[in-house]
Design a protein around this ligand. Structure first.
Ligand code: SAH
Length: 567
């Protein structure tokens, strides 16, 4: 479930408050009703939009009447599944009302927002009001053993009973809990599995690290770890991380095992490298006191039990990650969700400054390596250097990263790499909506039949090659999408290219010009090849030259398309 809320507004009056709330949640976006107000994401129907967000588990902050939100979501509430936080906030920021998602931290969000807006949150949860904290929502690093039991326990407390606290629960220090050393009820903070006692609220600190040297498949490794936990009477929820030798970073079985145990995978650098026993891995990676629990039945697993919850980020190091993404043409709506997720997960963001700005808003803890450096290979190497130290790096391009953009440079850097640490980096390339696709969609479907994409820039290839390809493409009657059509440093090339195309195509050929498509002030024009002048085009323009079958008709707006058939 995502923790980044969607901030939903209906009109311009709510935009200021929405932007203030947005500052609290990195990578959050303001969703605005199309035609009424512009923000980061546009939607057309409030009800449908809220339901989609809710169904996908996205926290919702709706700047409108609580009643509207309730009516929109009501049909989904009978079905008790995962319940993301849902809040209604007054347009002017004067009221913050948590509505749903008590166990997903809605009251925590309400307090954060109310503090930022300078008002009191309208918290109505009795346990939380009485005790000043949600006992059933322990902080990061701790997990409730059983929610059903938790609810019974809190209602016992509310009916007047007191409780003991056993184990370390620093977050309860400030809570106004009715405490008594002789109480029947107990809040027990322990890595040991809950034995089903109804008078205990069991909370597990994530305080166990499992080191594995197993080379089985993912499911078997996970089963061995689970068996070791069981043999020592430890709860699965106490597991903080899976630890393996850094020589095995690219091992898919380990990643699978960690995913099925639902814990992060960390790596230890040992002198013996792959030869180290599991206890040796613990020794190399843990910087805090712990007790080693060997698994006598299976030598490939050792458990470390630490006194308090342990932050997985401090154990050994992570496998570095490099994700190459495309932002799409410009608007947030046309960025694919996988790219948005990569940005949210990133520790470091690299790319041409304009694109890094477009990728925002970013969190204060995310490092930006904005650069005007046009040397792509250099930038790609920099990305690998960062990622090979265990960071999560995102390289941004516009459009699609594989179309005249960074993905190819990244692969070239990797193929040439001398450093084995680069090979261990988890490399993912996320596709994006390329300028030709975005322009074509606005115009209709000019790429509906065979087409090609050409860059008219002769910075990285000789002009003679460009001329040859233009000639062949024009002769083959392919629709052509021109990227980098013209620039101050390349003033004459477009005219030369059009001269070549005109040798093969009629002056009536349809041409689409998309400028800044998906960005503020974007324009779309359709002209004929005969009318087209290079002065109509700049470096922010996509030029789509139709084939002999590309046609245009007017239905309200002009539509340009290339039929699927040929005749
Ligand atoms: N990777 C990008 C292309 C980078 S090359 C992609 O897939 O879209 C840069 C060229 O792309 C520009 O010179 C222009 O021709 C085109 N372009 C990029 N974004 C555009 C936009 N929003 N509108 C129109 N053309 C765009």
């Amino acid at each position: 479930m995502t923790t980044t809320p969607a901030i939903v507004i209906l009109g311009a009056g709510a935009l200021d408050t929405a932007r203030r709330i947005q500052l609290l949640y990195a990578a959050s976006q303001v969703h605005a009703l199309r035609g009424r107000v512009e923000a980061d994401v546009a939607y057309t129907d409030l009800s449908t939009h809220l339901r989609e967000l809710y169904a996908s588990g996205t926290p919702i902050v709706a700047l409108c009447a609580a009643g509207i939100v309730i009516r929109c979501l009501a049909p989904l509430l009978a079905n008790k599944g995962v319940e993301p936080p849902v809040l209604a906030v007054a347009e002017d920021g004067s009221a913050v009302v948590p509505l749903l998602g008590g166990l997903a931290g809605v009251n925590v969000m309400a307090r954060e927002m109310a503090a930022a807006l300078g008002v009191s949150p309208a918290i109505t949860t009795s346990g939380e009001l009485r005790f000043g904290t949600c006992v059933l929502n322990p902080p990061e690093g701790y997990a409730l053993a059983d929610i059903g039991q938790g609810k019974r326990f809190v209602s016992d407390l509310l009916s007047g009973e007191s409780t003991r606290v056993e184990g370390q629960a620093p977050w309860l220090d400030d809570a106004q809990l009715p405490r008594s050393a002789s109480a029947r009820l107990a809040i027990r903070v322990t890595p040991r599995a809950w034995n089903g006692r109804e008078d205990e609220l069991v909370i597990h600190p994530r305080s166990v690290v499992a080191a594995v040297t197993d080379t089985d498949d993912g499911a078997t490794i996970a089963a061995h770890v689970q068996a070791a936990l069981d043999r020592h009477g430890l709860a699965t929820l106490s597991l903080a991380a899976l630890l393996a030798s850094s020589g095995r970073m690219a091992d898919a079985a380990l990643a699978q095992a960690a995913a099925s145990l639902n814990v992060p995978l960390r790596f230890a650098q040992t002198v013996a490298e792959d030869g180290a026993p599991p206890a040796g891995l613990l020794h190399a990676a843990l910087r805090i006191p712990y007790e080693t629990l060997h698994d006598d039945a299976h030598a490939g697993v050792a458990l470390a039990l630490t006194p308090l919850a342990v932050d997985a980020d401090t154990i050994g190091r992570a496998r570095g990650r490099l994700t190459v993404i495309g932002l799409g043409p410009g608007s947030a709506e046309l960025m694919v969700p996988a790219a948005r997720k990569a940005l949210t997960d990133a520790t470091d963001i690299l790319g041409y400054e304009t694109y890094v700005k477009m990728a925002g808003p970013l969190r204060a803890d995310q490092r930006v390596h904005g650069t005007d450096n046009r040397e792509e290979l250099q930038r790609a190497r920099h990305a690998f250097e960062l990622a090979s130290t265990g960071r999560s790096v995102v390289m941004v391009s516009s459009g699609d990263p594989g179309v005249f953009a960074m993905a190819a440079a990244v692969l070239e850097a990797l193929e040439d790499a001398q450093d084995p640490a680069w090979a261990a980096v988890e490399l993912v390339i996320v596709p994006g909506v390329s300028a030709a696709m975005a322009t074509a969609a606005q115009a209709g479907a000019p790429l509906g039949h065979d087409f090609c994409m050409l860059s008219l820039s002769d910075n990285l290839k000789p002009w003679t090659i460009i001329e040859k390809r233009l000639r062949h493409a024009a002769e083959a009657d392919l629709v052509m999408a021109f990227y980098n059509p013209i620039s101050r440093a390349r003033p004459w090339q477009l005219d030369k290219a059009l001269d070549i195309v005109r040798e093969f195509r009629a002056p009536t050929t349809q041409v689409v010009l998309g400028r800044d498509i998906g960005r503020p002030g974007g324009t779309l024009r359709t002209v004929t090849l005969g009318e087209l002048r290079s002065a109509d085009v700049d470096m922010r323009t996509m030029v789509i030259v139709g084939s002999s079958t590309t046609r245009k008709f007017v239905n309200g707006a002009p539509w340009v398309y290339t039929p699927r058939w040929y005749g």
